[in-house]
Design a protein around this ligand. Sequence first.
Ligand code: SF4
Ligand code: F3S
Ligand code: FES
Length: 248
Amino acid sequence: MTVRQFKVWRGDSAGGQLVNYDVDVNEGEVVLDVIHRLQATQEPDLACRWNCKAGKCGSCSMEIDGMPRLACMTRMSTFEEDETVTITPLRTFPVIRDLVTDVTFNYIKARETPAFAPPKDVAPGDYRMQQVDVDRSQEFRKCIECFLCQNTCHVVRDHEDNKAAFSGPRFFIRAAELDMHPLDARTDRKEYAQKEQGLGYCNITKCCTEVCPEHIKITDNAIIPMKERVVDRRYDPLVRLGRKILRR
Ligand code: SF4
Ligand code: F3S
Ligand code: FES
């Protein structure tokens, strides 16, 4: 066991500050272990959200040395022994207390996304999908809703005003997943992403992909294909001609 230095943000919606702590760390431990030891030995009222300690519930999202990460999956061996590790709440969402933020924004955006809607003449037990169609969107279903991608995207991280018009990368992959579903008949997901989800605000910086703990290729496999197909449909002269004929 060695004593390591930490700075942890303490405060609430009215304001706060970084507080220095020395905490014992055992070999093989993760940042969440350190937070739990800090709560057990020095600061019983330190607020932190977590649940599974296995990288699967998406609850323990925070910023560690400025990088959005899951605390339960960040090994202390990532850092030099003499380094002070700084732990702060997600920056894009309002702080409730200490390391806990209010992620309501994401649930609002989830509710705004039209749900899967199969054709009316297909009964639930009769849904059939080819394995190839299952495989295409399987990657997107690995999302654990940690919202690290939402927290990282500069469109909302640096511009609070954009939140109303921008759903964010987590919901672009949801739109792409439904777009790839052969039985989803409710709406045109590509047009929806463009018109309602603010897909056009994304300038493909790929920061969302870099922080995703499930290694979902958010930008390459969801955002770019959705953008390309919207562009194809809008500017392809044959598609436009076809649209005109159909409108007559
Ligand atoms: Fe988290 Fe990745 Fe899902 Fe974004 S896409 S919420 S980073 S698991
Ligand atoms: Fe944001 Fe990801 Fe696009 S970080 S700008 S949604 S590529
Ligand atoms: Fe569940 Fe970290 S505690 S992902």
